[in-house]
Design a protein around this ligand. Structure first.
Ligand code: THU
Length: 162
């Protein structure tokens, strides 16, 4: 038997004031994008903003549905928007924030498993890291250098012989 170990390093900022300017701008856009969310069922408004390799900043938000599973998270709305508006342009950094109308928003958001899967495949195709900036409307900010680190032992195209 051999025991393997997985660990990763990420940056924890006390607030947006400590962030490099470009990251602070992206996080501000993600926080603003929470206002575009359609989340009447969960009251959990998520906003995301992406900086693309061509310098474009685009945003997305969660879009829910009365048929709950039809709802889409902000991160995947944004990945789809990026692919539609700027095909084949890499996402360099994505910032994600939220406004929980039923509670606080003072700790960093944690992307769901499906979004981690989608983000990880996008990163793999880009052959360059996709950085994540995770925050609430206030409080600590996490900067994760590569989204794949949030999904160890991920299922990927190699299993399908691709
Ligand atoms: N949600 C996101 O959009 N992103 C996340 O990272 C976590 C969850 C959405 C899905 C659903 O519309 C609502 O938040 C509550 O789960």
């Amino acid at each position: 038997m051999k025991r393997e170990n997985f660990q990763f390093t990420y940056d924890v900022y006390e607030g947006e004031g400590e962030l490099p300017r470009a990251d602070a701008v992206l996080l501000a856009a993600a926080r603003r994008a929470t206002g575009d969310a359609y989340a009447p069922y969960s009251n959990f408004l998520v906003g995301a903003a992406a900086m693309l390799a061509n310098g474009q900043l685009i945003t997305g938000s969660n879009q829910e549905n009365a048929s709950f599973p039809a709802g889409i998270c902000a991160e995947r709305v944004l990945l789809s928007a990026a692919a539609a508006l700027y095909p084949r342009v890499n996402v360099i950094t994505m910032a994600v924030s939220y406004n929980n109308l039923l509670g606080g928003s003072t700790s960093p958001i944690s992307p769901c498993g499906i979004c981690r899967q989608s983000l990880t495949e996008r990163e793999a195709n880009a052959k360059q890291p996709l950085r994540l900036i995770l925050a609430g409307l206030s409080g600590k900010v996490y900067v994760i250098p590569s989204v794949s680190w949030l999904l160890p032992l991920a299922f990927n195209s190699s299993f399908l012989g691709k």
